[in-house]
Design a protein around this ligand. Structure first.
Ligand SMILES: Cc1ncc(COP(=O)(O)O)c(C=O)c1O
Length: 395
């Protein structure tokens, strides 16, 4: 019998290279609930790594509604939306989200990733052009590639460069101008007002990925379109239900025609099973919380201001963040991982992020505060950051 040579051997070699560069990561394991102070890998830590901006992962109203939905409707939907998997609760969630976002209609996807990728890939084809910020999320990049449209990337937030690309396209060219509302690694905002002007001037479809703005920016967390007063000027708004909303999912808000088109053509909608009823129920409860308990969002912003100022006062480079995402930029990838490990050993979980997620010389530890961190949690984290930063010569 011939011995079989493992055809996946090259993957092990790639992993070895990551180890040599100090970039190999073990997944941290959460031993408790996803909350501000919790246990990862058996250690009690202040958690600065989740996207659980409002603490809704453990909010009693969401928990209760999810339990009730499971008891009444079971644990799974059993089918894709277009065959037998559209439950009344899915439609109720879409109705409530459309009302919340002040758009004609909404379609919910399994995740923000599939909402972005499925939408861009289905509304464009190979004759079309995508004009995309260089730091847009991976799901936008993948959706653009799947669409087979020509992809033109402009430097981060460089609206003049975006204008030049638009100006040079032939009249009548179908084109999509797309930006993140909040950029996930730097925490800065997309220049929506200028991009909306450009989209109108050059007849482009305007699309915003508001994953990190959903529940965080705008009135009651309606997102950056609301924050900038751009209602009616953004054709395609993507939001997520997986971050501040505390459960799972993504959605597209827009015109009735857009949503009906996505019902017929967006491949994750057509070819992947819909959410369990508990997920839809938790998201419905989250909308109620956003509307009825806006003080949670105020607490998020108070904590954000306190923590950001603390990091800057310590002397860290926090980049250009305008949101609860605050990077601590150290440059070298291995140094970012060492800083993250030191913090963890001292009771603070802030994930190190290096190439290819960010540029090679922009490695960082990314922090995200939540509404549910106490002042003591944040002061403790600042003290630990200060000690680790000094011992590594970062500050
Ligand atoms: C900017 C951005 N868009 C989209 C997504 C995807 O959202 P989800 O986690 O719901 O798939 C993320 C999350 O990682 C994100 O940061």
């Amino acid at each position: 019998m011939t011995t079989r040579v493992d055809p996946l051997q090259y993957l092990a070699a790639d992993l070895d290279a990551l180890r040599e560069q100090g970039l190999y990561r073990q997944l941290r394991v959460l031993d408790d609930e996803q909350k501000a102070h919790t246990r990862f890998d058996g250690r009690s830590v202040v958690n600065l790594s989740s996207n659980n901006y409002l603490g809704l992962t453990t909010h009693p109203k969401l928990r209760q509604r999810a339990i009730e939905a499971t008891e009444q409707l079971g644990v799974g939907s059993g089918s894709v939306r277009t065959i037998a998997g559209t439950m009344a609760i899915h439609l109720e969630l879409e109705r409530r989200l459309a009302e919340f976002k002040q758009t004609e209609a909404v379609v919910v996807f399994q995740s923000g990733f599939t909402a972005n990728a499925g939408t861009v890939a289905s509304i464009l084809s190979k004759e079309d052009v995508v004009i995309s910020d260089e730091l847009n999320h991976a799901s936008i990049i993948d959706g653009s590639r799947l669409s087979r449209a020509t992809i033109k990337v402009f430097p981060h937030k460089d609206v003049d460069a975006a204008r030049r690309i638009l100006r040079d396209l032939p009249a009548g060219q179908r084109k999509l101008l797309i930006t993140d509302g909040v950029f996930s690694m730097d925490g800065d905002l997309g220049p929506l007002p200028v991009l909306c002007d450009l989209a109108e001037e050059y007849g482009a479809i305007m699309m915003v990925d508001d994953a990190h703005a959903s529940g965080v920016f705008g009135r009651n967390g309606r997102g950056t379109v609301d924050h900038f007063g751009m209602h009616g000027r953004v054709d395609v708004q993507v939001g997520t239900l997986s971050k501040a909303v505390g459960a799972l999912g993504g959605y597209v808000a827009g015109s009735r025609a857009l949503i009906e088109f996505l019902y017929h053509r967006a491949r994750p909608f057509l070819f992947s099973t819909s959410h369990p009823p508990a997920v839809a129920a938790a998201c419905l409860a989250a909308i109620d919380v956003l509307l009825e308990e806006p003080e949670i969002i105020n607490r998020l912003w108070k904590n954000t201001r306190f923590f950001k100022k603390g990091l800057v006062d310590l002397g860290f480079d926090t980049g250009i963040s305008e949101s609860p995402i605050t990077p601590v930029i150290v440059g070298d990838g291995a140094l970012a991982m060492t800083l993250s490990d030191r913090l963890f050993a001292d009771g603070v979980f802030a994930q190190g992020i290096a190439f290819p997620t960010v540029a090679r010389d922009r490695a960082r530890v990314r922090t995200i505060v939540t509404a549910t961190h106490t002042r003591e949690d944040l002061q403790f984290a600042l003290d630990v950051f200060g000690r680790a930063g000094r011992s590594l010569g970062i500050i």
